[in-house]
Design a protein around this ligand. Structure first.
Ligand SMILES: Cc1cc2nc3c(=O)[nH]c(=O)nc-3n(C[C@H](O)[C@H](O)[C@H](O)COP(=O)(O)OP(=O)(O)OC[C@H]3O[C@@H](n4cnc5c(N)ncnc54)[C@H](O)[C@@H]3O)c2cc1C
Length: 459
């Protein structure tokens, strides 16, 4: 659906205040793509609801009028997840941005879905608490729930799915349901909360969530550890995890990316394969012991350099540079798009996966950077290229394909954290086999007309 009729425009305009519905060209263009190379179709209009009741009215109108509906958070996805593929209505959730209640005694918070992650952490921080899942981008909580986002601290604290206790969902028909509870454990019935987490807006819209919070650690220790080759660096990962030292972050960085970070972010890091890690503890003494053990362990894995006890200011710069790795690569390759491989494998297979991916990048002479959340066995290969250059782009897609096939063969997944969106739909059958059909049936049961974020997850 490319354009609304005048009748449809006045029906939608009647559902919200006048400044919260638009059919303007620039708004439509802005909601046509995320940060991926996937450009969808132009939506016919955008609507900004402010309450569960408004979302229910909007979805029930879409259902009755057969209008595709695509939820939108901050638009920072990497697989075309919030990009409309059949036009229709984009439901932008950014104005449902209230932190409803922080309950420090329960380590919980109730939020609307448009709350931004950094804002939540600013407010929770006043109570000595934080929400650990940390994608580099300042994403909305609704978008993080829908994509089951994670980040550098997932190795210690888990992914978004581990923090969602209770959801208010508006189903594609406009019906409102509540899932989960505020108790820290429950074995009551099917876990519908977990079904909606990671469903990428294909089963309905999150309009409220109860999340767990954690206490802010009193002491932190950041470190960089250098190696002579990527295989040794990635090989040290399983040893570090298996040692029980419990890193709060464990990231693998290749020399090429460190070189870009040094140049663009004014850092002075050794340009060799490296692990960036962080430990959280209750005292400086306990962290010093952890540092000593880590150094000893990494030396046995072939490490050639250690920088521990990095000052708070330098630590923040280090992690900011890591979080902005994608932007740094983008700036280094202006006018190019980036395809981001997001496979994950069991950590014992991580070195094999890293070497396999680096060889593909080298053999095909593409501008690719192999790095990732090593502690989770999650690797990213960011490859810059021009989608209009058919030959170059098909090489890049072939690399993506080969890496995903290898990851699945090793017992892993096509996406550790970015979701399926448009880009990874082709791998769903390969990864899930017969379960793929059951997922389809669940989708058809909840969204019989196929109007909720159509063209995502399923081909
Ligand atoms: C520089 C950069 C670094 C990143 N690093 C990471 C990383 O380390 N780890 C990681 O996991 N991700 C990462 N991402 C990807 C991205 O930030 C996450 O996927 C994030 O969860 C997207 O949130 P968003 O608010 O931008 O949602 P959007 O991109 O707007 O939407 C994401 C999905 O959620 C759906 N949706 C949005 N709101 C709702 C709602 N209320 N109810 C139901 N569905 C909804 C949309 O339809 C879409 O399918 C990164 C992105 C960038 C730009």
């Amino acid at each position: 659906m490319k354009e609304f009729t005048l009748e449809q425009i006045s029906a939608l305009a009647a559902l919200v205040e006048s400044d919260r519905f638009s059919t303007g060209q620039s708004n439509r263009e802005l909601h046509r793509h995320d940060i991926s190379p996937h450009y969808g179709t132009l939506p016919a209009g955008i609507i900004w609801p402010k309450s569960t009741d408004e979302v229910a009215d909007i979805l029930s109108w879409c259902y009755e009028n057969n209008v595709p509906a695509t939820p939108w958070g901050a638009g920072t996805s990497t697989e075309g997840n919030p990009v409309p593929t059949f036009g229709g209505l984009v439901i932008n959730m950014s104005r449902m941005d209230k932190i409803l209640e922080i309950r420090p005694g329960d380590l919980q918070v109730d939020v609307q879905p448009g709350v931004l992650r950094k804002e939540l952490n600013r407010k929770a921080g006043r109570h000595g608490l934080f929400f650990p899942p940390d994608p580099g981008a300042d994403a909305t909580i609704g978008g993080m729930i829908a994509n089951n986002a994670s980040g550098v601290q997932t190795v210690k604290y888990g992914a978004t799915k581990d923090y969602v206790m209770k959801l208010t969902m508006v189903l594609p028909t406009g019906k409102v349901i509540h899932t989960g509870c505020k108790a820290h454990k429950s074995s009551s019935g099917y876990d519908l909360t977990r079904l909606f987490v990671g469903s990428e807006g294909t089963l309905g819209i999150v309009t409220e969530a109860t999340l767990k919070l954690c206490g802010i650690p009193s002491h932190r220790l950041a470190a960089t550890i250098n190696f002579n080759d990527l295989e040794s660096a990635s090989g040290a990962v399983a040893a570090l995890i298996g040692s029980g030292l419990g890193p709060a972050a464990l990231e693998l960085l290749p020399p090429g990316l460190i070189n870009l970070m040094n140049r663009k972010k004014n850092l002075n890091l050794p340009e060799v394969p490296s692990l960036f890690c962080e430990f959280h503890g209750i005292s400086k003494t306990s962290l010093q012991e952890t540092a000593d053990l880590t150094k000893e362990l990494c030396a046995t894995c072939g490490a050639s350099g250690f920088q521990f006890g990095i000052e708070e200011k330098d630590r923040n710069e280090l992690w900011r540079a890591r979080h902005e790795a994608w932007e740094t690569i983008h700036q280094a390759h202006p006018k190019k798009e980036t395809l981001i491989v997001d496979a994950a494998v069991p950590i014992s297979r991580y070195p094999q996966m890293i070497v396999f991916s680096q060889n593909l990048v080298d053999e095909n002479h593409v501008d690719g950077y192999v790095f990732g959340h090593a502690g989770d066995g999650n690797l990213h290969v960011v490859i810059a290229g021009d989608p209009k250059d058919k030959s170059e782009w098909s090489t890049i897609e072939k690399i993506n394909h080969l890496i995903v096939e290898k990851a699945v063969e090793l017992g892993g997944t096509c996406t550790g954290e970015h979701g399926i969106g448009i880009g990874k739909r082709q791998f769903m059958k390969l990864e899930h086999g017969d379960s793929y059909q059951l997922m389809r049936q669940i989708k058809e049961l909840i969204d019989p007309k196929g109007l909720m974020n159509p063209g995502k997850i399923f081909m």
